[in-house]
Design a protein around this ligand. Structure first.
Ligand code: NI
Length: 165
C-alpha cells in the first residue's frame, strides 16, 4: 500500500464528473487500499478518488477512527436513495482545501446505497457527521467542493482566505 498525493483546489481534476466503476479489478482494490492509507495519513475521515487524480466513482470514509471506533467503508458507485427533509449548517474541512473550513447547509439524514470491494451491495442510513461526510464525498464524484455550496460573497471571502495561506 502507499500514500498517494492529494490534489489541492483549484486543481481542475476536482471539478470533473467521475465515471462509474465498471468492474472491481485488482487496480480498483489497490486504489481503495491506497486511498484508505492516504486518508488515515492525512489525517482525514473521508477521501474521494478524484482527490488522488482518479476520475472514477469511488470514495472511502471512516467517521469513527479518530475516536477509536474504526469503521472503514469503501463506497463504489454510491448513490443517495433517500434524503431527509431536515437540514443543518455544519463546518466542513476538506483534504483538498487544507487550512480553511466552510459552513455548508445539507440534509441531516440520508440513506446511501453502494457496492463494496467484495461486490456486495450495501444500504445504510447516516445522520450527523456520517451524513455530512457521505454527502461531502459524493459531491467530489460530481466535481463539487465545499466552496460550491456558498453564496458568491462568502465563497469569494473564503477563497481569498485560502489563497492567502
Ligand atoms: Ni473533500
Amino acid at each position: 500500500m502507499s500514500v498517494l498525493e492529494v490534489l489541492r483546489w483549484p486543481d481542475p481534476v476536482l471539478t470533473q464528473t467521475c465515471a462509474p466503476v465498471e468492474a472491481i479489478t485488482p487496480e480498483i482494490e489497490t486504489l481503495a487500499q491506497d486511498m484508505l492509507e492516504t486518508m488515515y495519513a492525512a489525517p482525514g475521515r473521508g477521501l474521494a478518488a478524484p482527490q488522488v487524480g482518479v476520475l472514477q466513482r469511488i470514495f472511502v470514509m471512516d467517521i469513527g477512527w479518530k475516536e477509536g471506533k474504526p469503521d472503514p467503508l469503501v463506497c463504489i458507485n454510491p448513490m443517495l436513495q433517500e434524503v431527509g427533509e431536515d437540514r443543518a449548517d455544519g463546518e466542513e474541512g476538506c483534504l483538498s482545501i487544507p487550512g480553511v473550513t466552510a459552513m455548508v447547509n445539507r440534509p441531516t439524514q440520508v440513506q446511501m446505497v453502494w457496492t463494496g470491494l467484495t461486490g456486495a451491495r450495501y444500504v445504510q442510513s447516516f445522520e450527523g457527521f456520517g451524513a455530512v461526510c457521505a454527502q461531502h464525498e459524493l459531491d467530489h464524484l460530481d466535481g463539487v467542493v465545499t466552496f460550491d455550496h456558498l453564496d458568491a460573497d462568502t465563497r469569494a471571502a473564503l477563497i481569498a482566505e485560502y489563497t492567502a495561506l
